[in-house]
Design a protein around this ligand. Structure first.
Ligand code: CU
Length: 173
């Protein structure tokens, strides 16, 4: 099998999907292909911070060996009020760019894209950021992330509230 042709076919298929589905800013292969299931229900876990009426539960960042590589931050967002809120953006010094992403399966191909309008935190409900789904994407790590390290990220919500969050780095699984 010609490797180049194979790649081209994959790229064309991905491009077709990209047209069908919004606009993935990142394609398959940039490093958030985790497939592990996340344990714990919406009412479990430790509240690491509260921002407005949103509790941030069990945040963690995936370890990454390479400077300049990518990683992701996961957490559960729990809304204690009757008003919907949204995680709209994130910023910090840990990576060149930090984006709100979603991993989706499109015709058998895992792809990531920025979440238009941010991640909804339903009224009196919760939403999980976890491998294979929503995540805060770290693109272009300033330094490798080792289990036990801490990083800082600022999360901005539609409510106008923001929080500087300290996130422990962990190995997946
Ligand atoms: Cu991503």
């Amino acid at each position: 099998m010609n490797k180049h042709l194979n790649f081209l076919a994959t790229a064309l298929a991905a491009a077709a999907l990209a047209l069908a589905a919004c606009q993935p800013s990142m394609m398959n292969g940039h490093g958030d292909m985790g497939d592990m299931a996340d344990g714990g229900g919406p009412n479990e876990g430790k509240v690491a911070a509260t921002v407005g009426s949103v509790e941030i539960v069990d945040p963690w960042a995936r370890s990454a060996a390479m400077e300049g590589g990518n990683s992701a931050i996961y957490m559960t967002l729990r809304n204690t009020s009757g008003d919907v809120d949204r995680l709209v953006s994130a910023s910090g010094e840990a990576a060149t760019a930090i984006e709100i992403h979603e991993t989706k399966m499109n015709d058998g191909v895992m792809q990531m894209q920025q979440v238009e309008g941010g991640i909804e935190v339903p009224a009196n409900g919760s939403v999980a950021l976890k491998p294979g789904g929503y995540h805060v994407m770290l693109i272009g790590l300033v330094s490798p992330l080792k289990a036990g390290d801490m990083l800082t990220v600022t999360l901005m919500f539609e409510s106008g509230n923001s929080v500087e969050l300290t996130v422990p780095v962990m190995d997946p699984m």
